[in-house]
Design a protein around this ligand. Sequence first.
Ligand SMILES: NC(=O)c1ccc[n+]([C@@H]2O[C@H](COP(=O)([O-])OP(=O)(O)OC[C@H]3O[C@@H](n4cnc5c(N)ncnc54)[C@H](OP(=O)(O)O)[C@@H]3O)[C@@H](O)[C@H]2O)c1
Length: 287
Amino acid sequence: MSGGGIELNGGGGIELNGGGGIELNGGGGIELNGGGGIELNGGGETWLILGASSALARAFALAAGERGAAVLLAGRDREDLERTAADVRLRTGVRAGVVPFDALDVASHDATVAGCRGQADSLSVFLAFGLMLPQDRCEESFDAARRTIETNYLGAVSILSRLAPVLEAQGRGRVVVIGSVAGDRGRLRNYVYGSAKAGLHAFVQGLRARLWRAGVSVLTVKPGFVDTAMTWGLPGLFLVAEPAAVVRSVFRQLDRGREVAYVPAFWLPVMLILRHIPEFLFKRLNV
Ligand SMILES: NC(=O)c1ccc[n+]([C@@H]2O[C@H](COP(=O)([O-])OP(=O)(O)OC[C@H]3O[C@@H](n4cnc5c(N)ncnc54)[C@H](OP(=O)(O)O)[C@@H]3O)[C@@H](O)[C@H]2O)c1
């Protein structure tokens, strides 16, 4: 007790501190700090959101905040992340911080993880970054193909591998990885991106088995078309889902303890059919 604030923590105790604040955390708490703000930290869970400038990630951050979890927004565009963090704080009252992260700069990933550890009691991970360059660009320039593979696969493997020991050590937490239906079958029009997502799906399967042993759950989400910057202006899209609807579905799957989820759910039968078309026919399709 150092004068000023009141702190009510997981143990149910009351503590007065110098910050002039009230803090009630560890079990879904309220924090009233020096600035006079109220912050919620639901059950001590903090979602690290990788690729937090995406529309999908922004919707997830808001939904996580509404459920009382703190968020750490990781990405390249600091100004954009700060805006989202302010918005999440204002609309939900949770803690929202920003962490620099570039999937392609794998040498910096240890520092990214170290930066997160100090800011979260119990980390959960939402991996949303991705890059879908047009297939014809990937065919014309290997550099485009390499960037696609390095972002979607190598970058994800790098950051998840460095986060895995942290998750194992905490012995709880949740991991959500955004894959894609494109990873279920190599298609004429999108096979470089699809192959990177297929690799990611296989990696995440193994990671699930590893982290399950430590009490950490891993959910692979395979969306179909979602209305985001990635698909903006692309021809031939159908059954396009809204990011907020995808996120609602992700939380439903998390609550049910699912491990792989097609979102929206109708993509499961669609992909089942697509996966079973014999190769000699599939190669003739212009998809
Ligand atoms: N939209 C769809 O139809 C669809 C369908 C299936 C799966 N997905 C997957 O859903 C996820 C979210 O994508 P989205 O649709 O919301 O597209 P988006 O708006 O283009 O978002 C992609 C995000 O990835 C980030 N990113 C790209 N390269 C990065 C790098 N090197 N380091 C860090 N961040 C990087 C982007 O950050 P910057 O702003 O810094 O570029 C952006 O925030 C992706 O994994 C995507 O593959 C999307």
